[in-house]
Design a protein around this ligand. Structure first.
Ligand code: SAH
Length: 366
C-alpha cells in the first residue's frame, strides 16, 4: 500500500514530496495511524530520549495593533481588558521558571511595533538573561524590523516564534485583514534567521477551507524555510471574533481537528527530524486530560507550561476554553510532572533545550 511504502521511505530519511506528505496525513485505518504515531515517537526518542523540554510561558501583554480574524485579543475586540505586565512582574515570572527548573522562558504578547515597546522588550530580555547563564529566552511578539530583531537578539533572546498561520496565501488572506501581507510575514521569518535567532513557525490546523494538500504544503514550507522549531495546534473558534462567528463549531469538529493536529505533529517529526516541536496549549484545550501527552506520543518534544500570574490569564484568551485559567503555576508544574510520568516521560529540568537543527543549519557549536 502507498501509505506504508511512503512511511518507510520517510522513516529512512528519504525526501518526500508534497503529494506523499499528504498521503501520510491520511492514514487508511487506525492501524496505519498507530504505525505513523509510533514511528514519529520513536524518532523523537532517538533525538532527545524520553524527555520533554520545558519553557515557562509568560503572556506579558495582550495589547495588540493587529486585527486577525481568528484571534481573541485582536484590537477590535472591545470585550478584552488590556494589560501589560511591568518589567518587575515579567522578571519575577522568569525567576519562578528558573526556580522550577524549566531552563527557558517564552515571552509572548500581542503585537506592537513602536519604539517604546521595542525598548521595553529589550530591557526585560536584558534583565532576564542576566539571571543565569544558559537560561533560554524565546520571544513571540510578532512582526518587527530587522533592527528591532537584532536589538532583542543582542539583549540575550536566542529563539523566536512567528507562525505563518497558513503557508497558503489564499487561506492567509482569508483569515487576516487586507493590511496583513503574507509576503511580509514570510519576510519577517527571514529577518529572524538573519538576526541569528533559532527560528520557529507553525500553522493553525483545521481552518475553514483548509485541505490536506494545504497542510502537506505547510510541512514542505517548514522544510523549505529550514526552520528550527515548530509550534502548531488546532484552530479553535473564538466567539468574539469574525471567523469564530462565521464558522461556529458543530458536532465533533474539535476532536477531528485534534486528531489531524496529532497527525501533523507526527508527519512533521518524520519529515523535519531534528527540530523542536511543541505540544501546544490548544491540544490541551480540546483534550484537557491528555491533549499534550498525546502530542508527545505523536512526536512532539516541547511543552510550555504557564508561569504567569493567574490574574492575567483570563485576559489572554486567544480562543475559548483555554485550560488552567485559575490554576497557579506550581500546581501546573506538579500536574505536568505527573501526567508525563504516566506516559513514561520526564521533564528535562535545568536545560535550555536547544533544537539540534539550529546547530546543523548554522554550523555553530555543539
Ligand atoms: N502576536 C504574536 C503572538 C501571539 S498569538 C504573533 O502574532 O506572533 C500566538 C498564536 O496563537 C498565533 O500565532 C496563532 O497561531 C494562535 N492563535 C490565535 N488565535 C487562535 C485561535 N482562535 N485558535 C487557535 N490558535 C490561535
Amino acid at each position: 500500500m502507498d501509505f506504508y511504502r511512503i512511511l518507510e521511505k520517510v522513516v529512512s530519511g528519504k525526501f518526500a514530496d508534497t503529494g506523499e506528505i499528504a498521503t501520510l496525513l491520511a492514514p487508511p485505518d487506525e492501524t496505519a495511524e498507530k504505525a505513523l504515531f509510533d514511528a514519529a515517537y520513536q524518532l523523537k526518542c532517538e533525538i532527545c530520549g524520553r524527555m520533554v523540554n520545558l519553557r515557562g510561558l509568560i503572556e506579558f501583554s495582550n495589547i495588540c495593533t493587529r486585527d486577525c480574524f481568528y484571534c481573541g485579543i485582536r484590537k477590535s475586540n472591545g470585550k478584552v481588558t488590556r494589560y501589560r505586565m511591568s518589567e518587575n512582574e515579567i522578571v519575577s515570572a522568569a525567576e519562578k521558571a528558573l526556580e522550577f527548573g524549566y531552563g527557558s522562558v517564552v515571552l509572548q504578547s500581542g503585537e506592537r511595533s513602536d519604539e517604546e515597546f521595542a525598548g521595553f522588550v529589550e530591557r526585560v530580555v536584558g534583565k532576564i538573561s542576566a539571571l543565569a547563564p544558559g537560561f533560554g529566552i524565546t520571544l513571540s511578539c510578532g512582526e518587527e524590523s530587522l533592527d528591532t530583531y537584532r536589538r532583542w537578539r543582542e539583549a540575550g533572546a536566542t529563539r523566536y516564534l512567528l507562525r505563518i498561520e497558513s503557508s497558503s496565501e489564499k487561506i492567509f488572506n482569508a483569515i487576516h485583514p487586507a493590511e496583513a501581507l503574507f509576503s511580509e510575514r514570510k519576510a519577517a521569518l527571514k529577518r529572524l534567521q538573519q538576526a541569528g535567532f533559532q527560528t520557529g513557525s507553525g500553522v493553525m490546523i483545521g481552518l475553514p477551507g483548509q485541505t490536506l494538500k494545504d497542510l502537506a504544503a505547510d510541512i514542505a514550507f517548514f522544510r523549505d524555510m529550514d526552520l528550527d522549531m515548530i509550534g502548531m495546534g488546532p484552530y479553535l473558534p473564538q466567539t468574539d471574533t469574525p471567523l469564530g462567528q462565521q464558522y461556529p463549531d458543530s458536532g465533533n469538529m474539535a476532536e477531528q481537528r485534534l486528531q489531524l493536529s496529532l497527525r501533523m505533529i507526527a508527519v512533521t517529526r518524520l519529515v523535519l527530524r531534528d527540530v523542536n516541536i511543541a505540544a501546544t496549549t490548544a491540544l490541551q484545550t480540546i483534550d484537557p486530560a491528555q491533549g499534550r501527552e498525546r502530542g508527545i506520543l505523536a512526536g512532539a518534544n516541547v511543552i510550555m507550561p504557564n508561569v504567569g500570574d493567574v490574574a492575567f490569564r483570563r485576559d489572554y484568551q486567544l480562543y475559548n476554553g483555554k485550560p488552567s485559567l485559575d490554576e497557579n503555576s506550581l500546581s501546573i508544574r506538579e500536574n505536568l510532572i505527573r501526567s508525563l510520568a504516566a506516559i513514561g516521560e520526564a521533564p528535562r529540568f535545568n536545560s535550555a533545550g536547544d533544537p539540534l537543527h539550529f546547530f546543523r543549519r548554522t554550523g555553530s557549536g555543539k
